[in-house]
Design a protein around this ligand. Sequence first.
Ligand SMILES: *Cc1c(COP(=O)(O)O)cnc(C)c1O
Length: 357
Amino acid sequence: MFQKAICNFSKDNLLHNVKLIKKFAPDAKIMAIVKDNAYGHGVISVSKILEEHVDAFGLVLLNDAITLRNSGIRKPIVLIEGVYTPESLLIASLQEFSVVFHCKYQIDLLKKGKLPNPIHAWLKLNIGMGRLGFYPDDARIKLQFLEESPSVIETVGIISHLACASQPQHPLNRKQIDIFKNFIRDFKGQKSLCNSAGIFAFPDVHYDWIRPGIALYGCSPFSEYIIPSLNFKPVMTLQTEIIAIQKINRGEMIGYGGHFCCPEDMLIGIADIGYGDGYPCSKKSGMVLVNGVRCPVIAPVMMDTIIIDIRPCENVEIGDKVILWGEDLPIEEVALSNERIVYDLMVGVKNVYSRWQ
Ligand SMILES: *Cc1c(COP(=O)(O)O)cnc(C)c1O
């Protein structure tokens, strides 16, 4: 292998997480969210591992949906942001993908002629996030239209999204849940409201389908993450190697900009990963593990390399293992110290060799 940076993915941890979610929401069906290449984990690998444990897959790109079908995935696939052209709608119909309708433009696609296969439709209700979906009054009219359309299978689902589920105490949550409850009061079809945070924060509103994303990959969905309490296990571990060691004298400056002045004669280690591979580059920087020992990164992160203060660690050698995040170094902590969120760290990893174990 020519690359030093590797993403190790753990099948056991992925299965552990899905079982944890199931245990917590035993009565709901699981739509595993595998958008954005399964949050950077690989949409085909993740879906194959999960297929027998979940009830459907949710993703954004029609191409990904087709890729999953072509790789043998038979479970229902939901296009959670719907489609935008008559051709895409036709493909969704032929391939039997379920389609979310969140705006008038999408509904109008159905008026262009009857589809060969009626599709399974979800109507997106906007309960206050203001992103996608119809506000309740409008949604009633659109629901009736979908239910009567010859291109749509009789039962339409209602899907919605909480804006502040990652902060369970936020007053908007209950308000938005009430709007949802009101809307679906006499509705007999399938309902879905909760992402990962919603699943754990609001067990009373799991309804028919839950839609976990980040929790599957082993992250806390809550923004005040400090101490892992839900016992998820990280699926992704990003690691690389030390490729150079320098002995620097007290008072010398290190790295671009010369911001770090060595407080004593010391060793620094250079590791083969940088912002070009998706490692976060911010003014603040956090910790990595060198041979299992926490060591600070000396800012700024460079395109292909980072500089590590290896004083905490004895006898570091070229080729020694550096863990950027994953087991023993929670990605939540890396995100916090770099003022990023775990989602964008995960989907941002690139140029690295990946392997499932
Ligand atoms: C991304 C997404 C989810 C999953 O969210 P997590 O916070 O990762 O659990 C669920 N539903 C919809 C509509 C989404 O876009």
